[in-house]
Each structure stands twice: as structure tokens, then as C-alpha cells.
Design a protein around this ligand. Structure first.
Ligand SMILES: [Zn+2]
Ligand SMILES: [Zn+2]
Length: 137
């Protein structure tokens, strides 16, 4: 199974094969700032299963709470937030699910874990069945 995605303008296209290892929402302040939204929704996949198939994203290095680098990849043309590579998770890619094609943005309507729920707005409810982490892990 191959899942494809793109930025808003279509300059960057990417894909991953297989099912995500985990589906996760992240409510941290960096995710809010980076996307302009209340949280990010993520398909966490092995880096070996992920590839950019068109275009070259730019990246921005943010220093996470761990002190390690969180690399943020985005479209240089339209600015869409695409995926992150965390130094603390060297084997995984966190694909921002909003960019996925064909309805895959809903992550199968199953969220495995929510991170940084301490920063989650009060107007949102916890996802049913999702592990609730006050911060990361
Ligand atoms: Zn774009
Ligand atoms: Zn986050």
C-alpha cells in the first residue's frame, strides 16, 4: 500500500509505503506556531518507507524540549508544512497528515497517542482511545 501527499501548490510530492507505525496528534507550541493550527496530526512512518518524489523541500531546525534538533520540512513555494525528522527518533519520519491525498488525512479516524496535551486548547476533547501524554513520551 502506498500513500501519497503533497503541499498546497503541488510543487512537492511525497509518499510512504505500508501502514504508519503510529498515528499521533501533537499539541505542542512549536506545532501550533509552525502550522498556524491548534495541533499537528501525524502519520509516523519508518524513514526507509518515506520518500520525496517531486521537488525539494526547505527545512528549518527547531531545538526541541529535549535540546535535540527537530527538522521541519516545508514547501519553499507555498510554505505548506510537510513532515518532520526528530533527532530523538532517528529512524522515523513524522508526516503531517493534512497533506495526504485521497482522504488519508483522516488517518483512518484512529489516533494512537496525543502528545503535549498540556498545551491542548480546552475546546478540544481527547480522542477516544488515544494515549494521553502531558509532553513527549
Ligand atoms: Zn507548495
Ligand atoms: Zn508538536
Amino acid at each position: 500500500m502506498t500513500t501519497t501527499g503533497s503541499c498546497m501548490c503541488g510543487n512537492i510530492r511525497y509518499q510512504f509505503t505500508g501502514e504508519p507505525a503510529v498515528t499521533a496528534l501533537c499539541h505542542c507550541i512549536d506545532c501550533q506556531k509552525w502550522t498556524g493550527g491548534a495541533f499537528t496530526s501525524n502519520a509516523v512512518v519508518p524513514r526507509t518507507a518515506f520518500s520525496v518524489t517531486q521537488g525539494t523541500p526547505n527545512s528549518y531546525d527547531a531545538v526541541g524540549a529535549s535540546g535535540k534538533i527537530n527538522k521541519h520540512f516545508f514547501c519553499p513555494n507555498c510554505g505548506s508544512s510537510l513532515y518532520t525528522e526528530l533527532e530523538v527518533m532517528p529512524d522515523m519520519t513524522c508526516v503531517k497528515a493534512g497533506g495526504l491525498d485521497g482522504g488519508a488525512a483522516n488517518l483512518g479516524n484512529k489516533i494512537g497517542v496525543e502528545f503535549y496535551v498540556k498545551d491542548r486548547p480546552q475546546y478540544l476533547q481527547p480522542c477516544e482511545g488515544a494515549k494521553q501524554e502531558p509532553q513527549f513520551g
